[in-house]
Design a protein around this ligand. Structure first.
Ligand code: PGA
Length: 245
């Protein structure tokens, strides 16, 4: 299956920096077998869709849980699609933490995205306390099954992002990631039979050009969701290049 390397800019950069980023990215980027996705803040999507290398796809970091209408401040899946988003992250741990999003809401968002031809990247992952208490798999199982309710496989991506690895510089060890990814694969094949094998399960949490190779070599690690490092075009391109080998 084709690997997916996605960058999540979170709430970073301004318009002027998008221009610099596009120039720098295009200078470092080499054509590759992996699918490359950049998820910037939505105001920048329209510009980046026209200025980044044509092989790069654009995605949103979130979509509204409603169809267009009186929902001040929200951006619908239809709108994201109309400016060029082919993917949307949903249920990122920062959305869960700061905006109170739960599995039920995330599932609504994922289904709406799907209805408007956007592939949802559904984020799951346990906290450090949950892992220490031996509850990591139970937590992830509940998140995966609830968030994929009424979704068909393989029309979504799962991003396993342990909270203790996000933005901490402490990535999951390759065996730890594979252990959880294999577990998620098992859940998906049980739920979707043969089609569960085709769902991409990507890893996120302190991925860098230095640690990405042993992680991507794991059987069930089908790509990455890269936060901090994706803000640096040169380093993000290094990850893309290493995953295309
Ligand atoms: P990080 O973020 O790569 O900065 O750890 C990953 C994410 O939150 O998607």
């Amino acid at each position: 299956m084709q690997r997916l390397i996605a960058g999540n800019w979170k709430m970073n950069k301004e318009m002027r920096q998008c221009k610099e980023y596009a120039e720098s990215f295009n200078a470092y980027f080499k054509e590759t077998m992996v699918e490359v996705l950049v998820c910037p803040p939505l105001p920048f999507v329209y510009y980046l869709a026209r200025h980044l290398h044509p092989l790069v796809k654009l995605g949103a970091q979130d979509v509204a849980a409603f169809e267009p209408g009186p929902y001040t401040g929200e951006i619908s899946a239809t709108m994201a699609r109309s400016v060029g988003c082919l993917y949307s992250i949903v249920g990122h741990s920062e959305r869960r933490k700061y905006f109170g999003e739960d599995d039920k809401l995330i599932n609504i968002k994922a289904r709406l995205a799907r209805q408007h031809a956007i592939t949802p990247i559904i984020c799951v992952g346990e906290t450090s306390a949950q892992r220490k208490a031996g509850k990591a798999k139970a937590i992830v199982k509940k998140q995966v099954l609830s968030c994929t309710n009424k979704l068909a496989a393989p029309s979504f991506v799962i991003a396993y992002e342990p909270l203790w690895a996000i933005g901490t510089g402490k990535n999951a060890a390759p065996e730890q990631a594979e252990d959880m990814h294999a577990f998620i694969r098992q859940l998906l094949t049980k739920k979707y039979k043969g089609k569960g094998k085709d769902v991409r399960i990507i890893y996120g949490g302190s991925v860098t050009p230095e640690n990405c190779v042993p992680l991507i070599r794991q059987k069930n690690v089908n790509g990455f969701l890269v936060g901090g490092v994706s803000l640096d075009a040169k380093r993000f391109c290094e990850i893309i290049a290493k995953c295309g080998m």
